[in-house]
Design a protein around this ligand. Structure first.
Ligand SMILES: CC(C)(COP(=O)(O)OP(=O)(O)OC[C@H]1O[C@@H](n2cnc3c(N)ncnc32)[C@H](O)[C@@H]1OP(=O)(O)O)[C@@H](O)C(=O)NCCC(=O)NCCS
Length: 151
């Protein structure tokens, strides 16, 4: 039983900065700051999607689409609450953000992930291929893979 899952952009007029922060704190250590979440919701709302079940946020994707690399959309974070994982929500969130990137002119999507992680397995399953490794990206020994997909 998965209930009705809806996907929407964050709304400046609601508690979506807090919603994003709560989900982010569950999924990532260290979490992003309030100001980062605020800036994301206010400047990138069309490339952020929140997945909800009965009005409750269960996951999100934070995508970024800058102007300096017009062909590239970048997924900065993706998280689905543990009890809602393996139900296709992560895949749908990626489809939403990839559509948004396409609508803004991107022809490829990129991200970084840790070799051998759940994210690595997930992003491979949804069509991303490794392009290079960046050593020490998140501090000493915190290497990451860059993965990309043609849109
Ligand atoms: C990665 C994550 C977002 C996946 O979300 P999800 O909703 O569970 O993913 P989906 O159900 O759409 O999975 C799609 C496919 O990805 C692969 N996949 C997903 N989770 C996997 C796992 N834990 N191990 C191996 N493959 C996995 C599978 O091929 C899966 O298809 P299947 O269920 O038919 O086998 C979720 O596990 C998560 O939030 N993890 C913690 C945070 C994180 O690692 N974020 C990514 C790095 S930023």
């Amino acid at each position: 039983m998965t209930g009705d899952i809806t996907y929407r952009n964050p709304d400046e007029a609601t508690d979506d900065v807090e919603n994003l922060l709560l989900l982010n704190m569950e999924g990532f250590d260290p979490p992003i700051t309030h100001s980062t979440a605020w800036v994301a919701v206010h400047l990138n709302s069309d490339t952020i999607f929140i997945a909800e079940v009965e009005g409750q946020p269960v996951g999100y994707v934070l995508g970024l689409k800058g102007e300096h690399l017009p062909d590239l959309g970048w997924t900065r974070q993706l998280y689905v609450r543990e009890e809602w994982q393996r139900k296709g929500i992560g895949r749908s969130l990626m489809e939403h953000v990839e559509d948004a990137f396409r609508n803004k002119g991107a022809t490829r999507a990129g991200l970084t992930t840790k070799a051998g992680s759940t994210g690595h397995a997930f992003f491979s399953a949804v069509g991303y291929a490794e392009t290079k490794q960046v050593d020490d990206l998140y501090g000493e020994g915190e290497d990451r893979l860059v993965m990309e997909k043609q849109l």
